[in-house]
Design a binder for this molecule. Structure first.
Ligand code: GAR
Length: 208
């Protein structure tokens, strides 16, 4: 059984999708803990009500990013994770943290990377006149929102879309691709070679 620790900052709908798929599909894995940097993160209640250990490491209580990341890593490591899943975790992580979990740290980002790293992805995609948008699951490396791409989902940008409408369309696809990517990881189905990630038996890594 692989052990998964999920980090959230808020709503936690991607965390919820992963937890539900893990149970429903009988993965060789368990979500060992859900940890937030925000005490009020709504997703903590879902996790607790599903019998999952929860933790809070409040970033406002630490003087530096390094001190926060060290405390966070200690809290994570109590649960002996094989995989750490960033699910709407809105803190930039230090290189020391990223290298500690190298090869076992996944993130979901609400754009078709390498387009639109950083914040406000949907607004920026609309302003740029994009006709297509989407989401990306990738391994985390030291450079923000880069790293080997595991799976992407694409959605149209429709005339009249505002940020909220596009975000909702993308989020529905996030809930499809994040559980799939985590499942592939816990099944040892992923081969990583530099920036190239391949599914061993050729499962499609693009959802349209
Ligand atoms: C998701 O759209 C996720 O892709 C995004 O935050 C949202 C979290 O929603 N993540 C980032 O922007 C990371 N840079 P959730 O809490 O309901 O999963």
């Amino acid at each position: 059984m692989k052990r998964i620790v999920i980090l959230i900052s808020g709503r936690g709908s991607n965390m919820e999708a992963v937890v539900r798929a893990c149970h429903a599909e009988g993965w060789p894995a368990q979500v060992a803990a859900v940890i937030s940097n925000r005490p009020q993160a709504a997703g903590l209640q879902f996790a607790a009500s599903h019998g999952i250990a929860t933790g809070v490491v409040d970033h406002t209580r630490y003087a530096s990013r390094e001190a926060f990341d060290e405390a966070l890593a200690q809290e994570i490591d109590r649960h002996r994770p094989d995989l750490v899943v960033l699910a709407g975790f809105m803190r930039i992580l230090t290189p020391a943290f990223v290298s500690r979990y190298a090869g076992r740290l996944l993130n979901i980002h609400p754009s078709l990377l390498p387009a639109f790293p950083g914040l406000h992805t949907h607004r920026r995609a609309i302003e740029a006149g994009c006709k297509i948008a989407g989401a990306t699951v990738h391994f985390v490396t030291a450079e923000l929102d880069h790293g080997p791409i595991v799976i992407q989902a694409a959605v149209p940008v429709l005339p009249g879309d505002d940020e909220a409408a596009l975000a909702a369309r993308v989020l529905a696809k996030e809930h499809v691709i994040y559980p799939r990517a985590v499942r592939w990881f816990v099944e040892d189905a992923l081969q990583v070679d530099g920036l190239q990630v391949r599914h061993r038996t050729g499962e499609p890594q693009l959802v349209l």
